[in-house]
Design a binder for this molecule. Structure first.
Ligand SMILES: [Mn+2]
Length: 289
């Protein structure tokens, strides 16, 4: 099991450059940094090569996260949007591969955050999502990339809210590089049992996000980490565990994530680093790896 952190912990904008965070994350003791793929097509090949070299130099594995915008939704009812989504993913995956990234996770099958001012067509969005993911899966596989379909809570997406729904979706896609992704923040809202959800995903679990119910770093709240660790051991999970804390107000991240109060008690960067380091030690102990 490899442990990581999403670099947006230290940022206010999704478009913030992730390269400068690699060395810091390595110094904090992490194995993995998760980066945002939304804007990776804006990076030059030279920038991507420098980032890849920095990851090698710091012995850090990169994973990618993405919540596609509405205009790139692979499950849109509008065929031209679906086509734009496919083109976007092919370009994005090509650039993601330049960083030796083997795992991309998020609402790949849909878009984020969902616009609930419009009528919801769960059945149609799901069917088009299966087709859309199926349609990019071989392209990703040829680049050595696993597509990890993140199960989100009801307030952020309607297509997949539980591990059981995620497993059924991934089985319908039926490709070996398409996996289920779970996140304790979302599970806390939707699942009856953390352990049962993880066991339901079983061998199809491809990526795992952690965070407390208020998105603080693991260890500061009331998520049942011991139960989660037992379940991960039970399914012999060997993949990546990436903490995804969002604790500061401000910027597009603060607004999109609905962070309306400082969840760090006024921590400066040094204290935030210390919180991440302590949470990593906690996560390695209780979850394994
Ligand atoms: Mn997540």
């Amino acid at each position: 099991m490899k442990h990581g952190i999403y670099y947006s912990y230290w940022e206010h904008e999704w478009s913030a450059k992730f390269g400068p965070h690699i060395e810091k994350v390595a110094k904090l003791g992490f194995d993995v940094i998760e980066v945002a793929a939304h804007h990776i097509n804006d990076y030059s090949d030279a920038e991507l090569a420098a980032i890849r070299q920095s990851a090698i130099d710091n012995n850090i594995i990169l994973t990618a996260g993405i919540g596609p915008s509405k205009s790139k939704n692979l499950a849109s009812a509008d065929a031209s949007v679906r086509a734009a989504g496919k083109a976007f993913f092919e370009k994005t995956l090509t650039n993601v591969a330049k960083l030796d990234i083997k795992t991309i996770g998020g609402a790949l099958h849909s878009y984020w955050p969902v616009d609930y001012s419009q009528p919801v067509d769960k059945e149609g969005d799901r069917a088009r999502g299966v087709e859309g993911i199926h349609g990019i899966s071989d392209f990703a596989n040829n680049l050595g990339i696993n597509l990890c379909i993140e199960v989100l809570n009801r307030f952020e997406n309607h297509v997949l809210n539980t591990a059981a729904e995620g497993v059924a979706f991934v089985k319908d896609v039926g490709k070996p590089n398409v996996k289920v992704m779970l996140d304790t923040f979302h599970m806390n809202i939707e699942e009856d049992s953390f352990g049962d959800a993880i066991r339901t995903a079983g061998p199809l679990l491809g990526h795992f996000h952690t965070g407390e119910s208020n998105r603080r770093v693991p260890g500061k709240g009331r998520i049942p980490w011991h139960e989660i660790g037992l379940a991960l051991r039970e399914i012999n999970y060997q993949g990546t565990v990436v903490m995804e804390p969002f604790v500061k107000t401000g910027g597009t991240i603060g607004s999109d994530i609905r962070v309306w109060r400082d969840l760090t008690d006024g921590a400066d960067e040094a204290k935030m680093d210390e919180d991440a380091r302590n949470s990593l030690a906690f996560s390695r102990f209780v979850l394994g790896g």
